[in-house]
Design a protein around this ligand. Sequence first.
Ligand code: NCD
Length: 352
Amino acid sequence: MRHLLDIVDLSEQEIYSLIEKAQDIMQRPTKYQDVLRYRKVATLFFEPSTRTRLSFEAAAMELGANVIGFQSAAASSTAKGESIGDTVRTVSNYADIIVMRHPVEGAPYAAVLDSEVPIINAGDGGHNHPTQTLADLLTIYRRKETFDGLTIGVCGDLKYGRTVHSLLRAMSRYQNVRFVCISPKELRLPEYMTEFLRDKRIDYTETVDMEEYMSELDVLYMTRVQRERFDDKNEYERLKDSYILSESKLTTARADMCILHPLPRVNEIAKEVDMDKRAAYFEQVKNGKYMRMALILFLLDHRNDPTQFVSLDHTADRCRNPKCILQFESALPGLTRTIGTKKRCYYCESLI
Ligand code: NCD
């Protein structure tokens, strides 16, 4: 069985196949409308969502599947203290595949330890969001016709912005890609991401100035400051409007630059930019549904494959990241995996 926890669980070749499949579904939707008849997709959302949940549900329905699930932890037995493992073990009896979003880092990584069906990570705290990356990749591919040689600016909350983490990992596998990471000092990329980029010898620059490299960018990926992840609300208030993209800030940008945003937007992109032909964030929304359709088909096709666990080690030295699922579920085993040269928490990638 295959799961999708991290975008690099899919090879570059598999990503190209998903892109081809998504484009075929776009062109010939009726061919796919009954392929998952009598199948069920479960959407377990422990955190708010508009696009991710509704696009997964629409994707399932357009393949002929039925959808079950819940939209908040309060509406599930989590509110009674049930563990993630018991929840997914239960839902494995009702659904063929589980889509899970959770506010705690590593929650879907815990889920796969007990699930009997494929798990899709639909966002785990400030960690990863691989299916948003699938939407981003299809959008970039349709606009740029390649992933190689691109200079990608990511702007906003790079610390808690899980979509950025997954996008950087995905894009770092292509040739001659360069990243410009634009954020306030307080919201720079987390240690496990900068370590990843250094380890892979990726060309990246960090800056606080949104306009400094504007003329060099092929893609500008805007993000909102992630209010719900801040421990200090005053800090959020201070940083929330750090970057606001307007037409005047785009004067030096290339005519074929592509502006992306995973949405929801708060203030980071002025409404006037929506009319600019470089704006691609609503295309991204549309593309997300088709990539999710392709992904559901792919994982169900591979449900008899052996599960590929990276090599995990038990440790008595439990992760201390306060946002890691290990702090919330004491029955979970302390596990580590080696990434690059360092031993990290299996669930959230913090250093152990
Ligand atoms: C993103 C998320 O949930 O991480 N939204 C989404 O899934 N499209 C981005 C965000 O919430 O800022």
